[in-house]
Write a protein that binds this ligand. Structure first.
Ligand code: UDP
Length: 333
């Protein structure tokens, strides 16, 4: 497929879930680079104030007529698709909710895109598609064997995208498999605002703030040096930057592809807790408890492919900075 011959300000990007945590940082980055942006979000977990650039349409992806109208009227050059449910333990309890929103609603989107001639999509995938990988760091070539419905719902979408790009020569996608996204905008305008967030850094900081009595550590008997789970934490602005690189790649006519988004090294739950205590200056209570359902012991990205092929260079590979920006944000709320 030939590249797109347009100036940046004429390139239109439809962002589903642009009012959510990661989506809003990408909308910010797109706006700062001068792209034309439209957010499509049902505000189930996002917020109107989080959309710093472009317009917002408040509707659901399940509403195919609304979706068709939005895409028909806006005529995007590419879609970035963030809108999804993302809580692993909830997906174990309520799988249908996850397959409905993450897989079936994505089918709606792809179907409408096809009808309306939109040929490029950047998809928010996840390291959860790997399940319990045998090799660590895990590369994009590893088998996809998710161990929870959240990971499966995303894997199914990746498969659909792959089949579409095989069927249609002019259809191109990039799937970005996120590892553990954390941190907030350096100016404190946006950050993780989802009240039900179960993520470790958010929970630790809310505990430091006094919103929770204690932080529970889920599992201290994992095969890791200190017995707690290890994850590759990546700053949300570096993730946003990966989307811009992926977009430029597709605009230049790049082939469909899949990339891990992480730094390539990890921290244990205990290391995160120690850093959070240091950054906040609060010695908040911590309790060791059993493993959480659906959790994997270690998840670290082999991120050499995105660095090499998309020339992505992370700027914030620093756990302390990640937690500091998240803490500044948390205190403002
Ligand atoms: N975790 C924890 N206590 C919490 C939340 C998370 O011990 O309150 C652990 C979890 O078991 C995992 C790591 O922190 O080892 C990261 O979990 P999170 O929910 O942030 O992201 P996930 O890796 O599940 O996507």
């Amino acid at each position: 497929m030939a590249g797109l011959e347009k100036k940046k300000e004429q390139v239109r990007i439809l962002v589903t879930g642009g009012a959510g945590y990661i989506g809003s940082h990408v909308v910010k980055a797109l706006g700062e680079k001068g792209y034309d942006v439209l957010t499509y979000d049902n505000l189930s977990s996002g917020n109107r104030w989080a959309v710093l650039h472009g317009d917002l349409i408040v509707t659901d992806l399940a509403d195919k007529n609304a979706l068709k109208k939005a895409i028909h009227d806006y005529k995007p050059d590419a879609v970035m698709h963030f809108a999804a449910h993302i809580i692993v333990p909830e997906s174990v309890r309520e799988p249908l909710k996850y397959y409905q929103n993450n897989t079936v609603n994505t089918l709606n989107l792809l179907d409408v895109m096809r009808d309306e001639g939109v040929k490029r999509v950047i998809f928010s995938s996840t390291a959860a598609v790997y399940g319990l990988p045998e090799e660590m760091p895990v590369s994009e070539n590893a088998l996809l064997l998710p161990i929870n419905p959240y990971g499966t719902s995303k894997m199914m979408t990746e498969r659909i995208l792959k089949d579409l790009s095989s069927a249609y020569d002019d259809f191109r996608y990039v799937s970005l498999r996120y590892f553990n996204v954390a941190g907030a905008d350096a100016q404190g305008r946006i950050g993780q605002a989802y009240k039900k967030s179960t993520h470790l850094i958010t929970r630790a900081l809310k505990t430091a703030k006094g919103e929770f009595e204690k932080l529970q550590i889920f599992g201290t008997d994992y095969p890791t040096p200190d017995g707690t789970g290890i994850r590759d934490y990546i700053h949300v602005d570096d993730i946003a930057d990966a989307h811009l690189s992926a977009l430029e790649y597709l605009i230049q006519g790049g082939e469909s592809d899949v990339f891990n988004c992480g730094y390539g090294h990890g921290y244990s739950v205990k290391e995160v807790v120690e850093t959070a205590k240091r950054v906040t200056g609060v010695d908040f209570p911590v309790e060791d408890t059993g493993r959480r359902e659906g959790d994997t012991p270690i998840l670290i990205a082999d991120s050499s492919k995105i660095r090499r092929q998309l020339n992505w260079k992370p700027k914030y590979d620093d756990l302390e900075y990640i937690i500091k920006t998240a803490w500044e944000w948390e205190k403002r709320k």
